[in-house]
Design a protein around this ligand. Structure first.
Ligand code: AMP
Ligand code: ZN
Length: 138
C-alpha cells in the first residue's frame, strides 16, 4: 500500500479528523474509532512504518516509553481494572491498517474482550530446534 493512501498518515497530516489525546514530534495518540472498550487508544508513530519489522529500534523504544505514560493516564482517568497492550503484524495476526500502531485497551470487569488462545503441548514441538533457530537469528 502506498503511503499516500494510508489512513493513519492522513490522520497524522490532519487530512482526516481524529480524536487526538496527545502529540509530540514522533507520535500521535488517538482514540480508536471502533473501540474494544471505553478508552481504547492507539499510539501512531508519525513516520510511516508498515509493521514491527519495519520500525527502527530507537523509535520502538520511545514508543513503549510513551505507552507506559499513556497507560498510567488511562488508569487514572478511567479507573480501569486492567489493560492490554496489543500490536498486530500481518493480516493473519489481525492487522488491518498497515501503518505500525500500538493498541492500549483498558479492561473492565465483565467486558467483552477476548484475546485467549488454545494452549498446545510442547511435546508436539521440537522446542530445542526452535530455540536454536531463534538464537541464531538474533
Ligand atoms: P489493527 O487491526 O491492529 O490494524 O487495528 C486498526 C485499528 O484502527 C482498529 O482498531 C480500528 O478500529 C482503528 N481505526 C481504523 N480507522 C480509524 C480511524 N480513522 N480513526 C481511528 N481509529 C481507526
Ligand atoms: Zn502511514
Amino acid at each position: 500500500m502506498r503511503k499516500e493512501d494510508c489512513i493513519f498518515c492522513k490522520i497524522i497530516n490532519g487530512d482526516i479528523p481524529s480524536n487526538t489525546i496527545y502529540e509530540n514530534s514522533d507520535f500521535k495518540v488517538i482514540m480508536d474509532a471502533s473501540p474494544a472498550t471505553k478508552g481504547h487508544v492507539l499510539i501512531l508513530p508519525k513516520e510511516h512504518f508498515k509493521d514491527i519489522y519495519d520500525i527502527d529500534a530507537e523509535t520502538a523504544g520511545k514508543l513503549f516509553q510513551l505507552a507506559s505514560v499513556v497507560a498510567r493516564a488511562l488508569k487514572e482517568a478511567l479507573h480501569c481494572d486492567g489493560l492490554n497492550i496489543l500490536q498486530n503484524n500481518g493480516s493473519i495476526a489481525g492487522q488491518t491498517v498497515f501503518h505500525f500502531h500500538m493498541h492500549l485497551i483498558p479492561r473492565y470487569e465483565g467486558d467483552t474482550v477476548t484475546l485467549k488462545w488454545e494452549e498446545h503441548s510442547v511435546e508436539d514441538m521440537d522446542v530445542e530446534k526452535i530455540r536454536q533457530d531463534i538464537r541464531k537469528a538474533l
